[in-house]
Design a protein around this ligand. Structure first.
Ligand code: NAD
Length: 472
């Protein structure tokens, strides 16, 4: 079992002093990877004090020096991509064939992109007789989820550091090991003590004191909508700025002229990415009724080909979900769907065959559902795709938008202009037209209950900046 210290404050690792023991288990077989005392309120206060002390020096460091340091850290993350990927395969369940990419190379690429963007960012401009200054908010707090722990650091901690903030990070207690590896890389890159601090603990014991600490100038959160609401309420008392990256129930809209052979497997991949544990996962496939049978046939054939298994096995396409609690939640959602009358197109409640005992495996499942069913409305965060039949383009748009969430979406049509017209009608923060690829420099964030604020490229920098007008 790995020995872990719960805090990294002022450049030194130390045990947590909270009252809760954190236990990290392997998604692959349920074995305990590590167990340690979590961080508590005192550790958070110590971390915020350290970040507060380090801020003036870090904010005064030339932006090119900060960017260069982040590039050095990116290089170290890149070098460790295989090791970070192997850790994520265990604690998140990401299949090893893609884990080093999403938890390593893509993280490093995003860090470099942030370093480039901050060097060309506008920190001062003349507006008539005024000088407008953009200044770092001071200490930024970041709280992350367990699904892509390092990508979330690249879009929170890294832009905050780039603009001159110092940071206290609280990662998810379910999957903190990759984050600990990332902090080792930051230390090796030569980041001064106190500039980036880590407290690993539960939401109640470490997260809440962090959000309410008076030294914190901005909070950036990725996680469930429920926790996001709680954080926004807590932050409101201190009038602290908040960025919320929350849940989703994103729709992939097939128009009647879509190329099904491309669109349907791509949607399934977009749903099953990271075993369905992706906030922007395409979890609803909206299909013209006349093409429903064809679509279901393609889906059933594609699911039958998927190898479900140990995430450490390079042949595995779909691994387990991250925790026993998440496993239970996904199966509860599936049971509820069957009670509500959903039709199984492929998969189901039975455990997949031939997987390691003790792991948190769920069969990739495709259901035909009605838009009113709970499974079509609630975020599952597991390998479950809902197919919904509609009778017109207008109905497709109405169903796609008939959700509390507004994170992502996709549109497919043989006519790109027609697809773009539908993309404009979707109430979501991002839309992919005919498989348009994810762009790390584009703004990422939600409409409605998927949150507010934007991450990514130059857009993410503004979340950590105050604006001052100096009248001359
Ligand atoms: P979660 O809300 O349970 O936890 C997220 C983080 O918040 C964890 O670090 C947790 O310890 C902390 N936390 C919990 N209660 C807290 C409290 N009261 N105060 C402060 N912190 C608290 O979410 P999760 O289960 O870890 O992640 C899954 C969710 O994250 C899904 O809903 C998913 O859609 C969402 N997500 C969103 C994005 C996005 O960019 N929009 C990205 C990834 C995941």
């Amino acid at each position: 079992m790995r020995t872990v210290q719960a805090t990294y404050v002022d450049g030194a690792w130390a045990p947590g002093t909270g009252s809760t023991e954190v236990e990290v288990s392997s998604a692959a077989d349920g074995s305990v990877l590590t167990r340690f005392q979590g961080a508590g309120a005192e550790d958070v206060a110590r971390a915020c004090a350290a970040a507060g002390r380090a801020w003036p020096g870090w904010a005064a460091t030339p932006v090119t020096d900060r960017a260069d340091l982040l590039r050095t850290a990116a290089e170290l993350v890149e070098k460790r991509a295989d090791e970070l990927g192997a850790t994520a395969a265990q604690e998140v369940g990401t299949p090893i064939r893609m884990a080093p990419i999403v938890h390593g190379h893509m993280v490093a690429a995003t860090m470099r992109d942030v370093a480039d963007k901050v060097e060309s960012h506008t920190f001062e401009e003349r507006v008539g007789s005024s000088l407008v200054l953009r200044e770092s908010v001071g200490v930024a707090a970041a709280i992350t989820a367990w699904n892509y722990p390092l990508y979330q650091l690249a879009t929170k901690l890294v832009p905050a550091l780039a603009v001159g903030c110092t940071v206290v990070l609280k990662p998810s207690e379910i999957a903190p090991l990759t984050t600990i590896g990332f902090f080792e890389a930051l230390a090796e890159a030569g980041l001064p003590g106190g500039v980036a601090n880590l407290v690993v603990g539960t939401g109640a014991e470490a997260g809440e004191p962090l959000v309410t600490d008076p030294r914190v100038g901005a909070v950036s959160f990725t996680g469930s909508t429920r926790t996001g609401v709680r954080i926004a309420e807590l932050a409101a008392a201190g009038v602290t700025r908040v960025t919320l990256e929350l849940g989703g129930k994103s729709a992939s809209v097939l128009l009647d002229d879509a190329d099904l052979a491309t669109a349907v497997p791509a949607t399934l991949n977009g749903c099953l990415l990271n075993n369905g544990q992706t906030c922007a996962a395409l979890t609803r496939l909206i299909v013209p009724r006349a093409r429903l049978a064809e679509v279901e046939e393609i889906l059933a054939a594609a699911v039958a080909q998927l190898r479900v298994g140990d995430p450490r096995d390079p042949d595995t396409a779909v691994g387990p979900v991250a925790s026993a609690a998440q496993h239970h939640r996904v199966l509860q959602h599936l049971r509820g769907a069957l009670d509500d009358g959903a039709t199984v197109v492929s998969g189901g409640l039975d455990a997949p065959e031939g997987v390691p005992a003790g792991g948190y495996y769920v069969r990739p499942t495709v259901l035909r559902v009605e838009p009113s069913m709970r499974i079509a409305r609630e975020e599952v965060f597991g390998p479950v795709l809902c197919v919904i039949a509609v009778d017109s383009e207008d109905e497709a748009v109405a169903v796609a938008n008939d959700t509390d969430y507004g994170l992502s979406g996709a549109v497919w049509s043989a006519d790109p202009d027609r697809a773009l017209a539908v993309a404009r009608r979707l109430r979501t923060g991002q839309v992919a037209v005919n498989g348009g690829a994810f762009n790390i420099s584009a703004p990422f964030g939600g409409y409605k209950r998927s949150g507010y604020g934007r991450e990514g490229g130059r857009f993410g920098l503004d979340e950590y900046l105050e604006t001052k007008a100096v009248q001359l």
